[in-house]
Every structure is written in structure tokens, then in C-alpha cells.
Design a protein around this ligand. Structure first.
Ligand code: PEP
Length: 249
């Protein structure tokens, strides 16, 4: 029986007051439940407001979209994992494709960020995924395996077992193009295989989420696919009523 994870990546949307209005609607549609995990990833400046609005809803968690790899220091404009934790985050997205492709984040940096998240007591959500050119060149599995190994390079088996992995093909993010459930499953199986090499039996507990243009119409089929343990959703998580429909899939 799956215990799916539904993660909302708000990207650079929803100021604190918008988030509070969103949550008033969302919470009315989504009564407390223990059979799934819902996580919001608001912008860092909105994180405290979301955490506060959810103080009576321990079934819903909050995460940060990015962390620096150092714990503190002269890094103007950045947030450490410990600062995010202090503001209420329990999870950290690491290596999201927009971080990699818009901000030039490397595999090595992703690995250091995962280590920083673990040090601060955050659960890293390690994002991996191939570009269209890499897919067309038949490199999907090799790219995803490389990103995963680099992302988890500084995590021992016990820590790998506490992570979440998100497979997000770059060509599917924000494009309206979605991997078919069987395509997604194929890559998720390869990720599971890779996780076993890193953490043996303990890796079975690691949820592998799919992300990339998920919406109410395709969520159920994707979630039913083998090895799909949840969904990481961008655009379709911005509307409270629509998102409440997806998390009740
Ligand atoms: C994302 O940002 O992680 C994402 C999957 O976006 P979208 O759902 O809009 O494709």
C-alpha cells in the first residue's frame, strides 16, 4: 500500500499574504489525513507564514526550495539549511532543474547541499532529470544515475535511506509535456536500482516522486505506475482548489 508524497513547488510565487489566503481555502478542502504526506515549498520569504498557518496541521509539512552548502558565513542573499530549519522547514529541494539550468548549479554543489541539509536535520528532496537532447541521445538513465550518485555523494547509507528522490525530466517541467506513466516507471526503476547500490535494503524506504507538468488529469495514472511514490508539482500547485484535488488523488 503506497503512502504517497505530494509536494508543491511554488517556485517564485505567493507572497506571505497570498500564501495565507491560499491555505485558508486549501485547508477547508483538505481535512487531516495520515495516509499521505503533503509538503509545501514556498519561496524562502514566505516560509515562515506558511509554517505559522499550518501550526495546527502536523500532517502537512513545509520545505525550502534551495539551501547554501555552507552552514553560515558571508554569502549575501543565500539561506543556510539551519536558517530554513529555524523558520520551520523540514525538507529541502536540492538540484531542481531550474537551479541547475537557470543558475548553473553543478552536480558537485548539489552533493554539498544535500550534505548541508542532512547536517541541519532537513530531509533532502534530490531532484534529477534529463534534458530533451539527453533523452533523444538515449542518455536518460546515465544522466539520472550520475546526478543521483553526485547528489548523494556525501550521504552514508543511513542518510540515503531518509532522503526523497524526485525524477523531473527537464523537458516536462512547466511545458505541458508529461512523461507517460510507463516512461516514468522505467526511470524510477533505474533510480531504485541505483539507490540499492548506495544503501542496499534500506533504500527501499526512499520515496521516488515524479514531477513535470502534473495536473488533475494525469496525476492518478502517474501515481499508479510502479515505483512512483508521489508527485512534485509546480504550476498546478498554485491554485488552492486544484491542488487540493491533486493531493486527494
Ligand atoms: C517543478 O517545478 O518541480 C515542476 C514539476 O513544475 P511543473 O509542475 O509546473 O512542471
Amino acid at each position: 500500500m503506497k503512502h504517497p508524497v505530494f509536494a508543491a513547488n511554488w517556485k517564485m510565487n505567493h507572497a506571505p499574504a497570498d500564501a495565507e489566503a491560499f491555505l485558508r481555502v486549501f485547508l477547508a478542502y483538505y481535512p487531516k489525513t495520515q495516509d499521505r504526506t503533503v509538503i509545501f515549498f514556498p519561496p524562502a520569504l514566505t516560509l515562515g507564514a506558511v509554517h505559522n498557518a499550518l501550526k495546527d496541521r502536523t500532517d502537512i509539512k513545509v520545505g525550502v526550495q534551495n539551501v547554501h552548502w555552507e552552514d553560515h558565513g558571508a554569502f549575501t542573499g543565500e539561506n543556510s539549511a539551519a536558517i530554513a530549519r529555524g523558520a520551520g522547514a523540514k525538507y529541502a529541494l536540492v538540484g531542481h532543474s531550474e537551479r541547475r539550468h537557470v543558475f548553473g548549479e553543478t552536480d558537485e554543489q548539489a552533493g554539498k547541499k544535500v550534505a548541508a541539509a542532512i547536517r541541519a536535520g532537513l530531509t533532502p528532496v534530490v531532484c534529477v532529470g534529463e534534458t530533451l537532447a539527453q533523452r533523444e541521445a538515449g542518455e536518460t538513465i546515465a544522466v539520472v544515475a550520475r546526478q543521483l550518485r553526485a547528489g548523494l555523494a556525501h550521504a552514508d547509507a543511513a542518510h540515503v535511506a531518509t532522503c526523497i528522490v524526485a525524477y523531473e525530466p527537464v523537458w516536462a517541467i512547466g511545458t505541458g509535456k508529461t512523461a507517460t506513466p510507463s516512461n516514468a516507471s522505467q526511470v524510477h526503476l533505474a533510480i531504485r536500482h541505483e539507490l540499492r547500490t548506495l544503501a542496499a535494503d534500506r533504500s527501499e524506504a526512499v520515496p521516488i516522486l515524479y514531477g513535470g507538468s502534473v495536473n488533475k488529469g494525469n496525476a492518478e495514472a502517474l501515481l499508479a505506475a510502479p515505483e512512483v511514490g508521489g508527485l512534485l508539482v509546480g504550476g498546478a500547485s498554485l491554485d488552492a482548489e486544484g491542488w487540493s484535488g491533486i493531493v486527494r488523488t
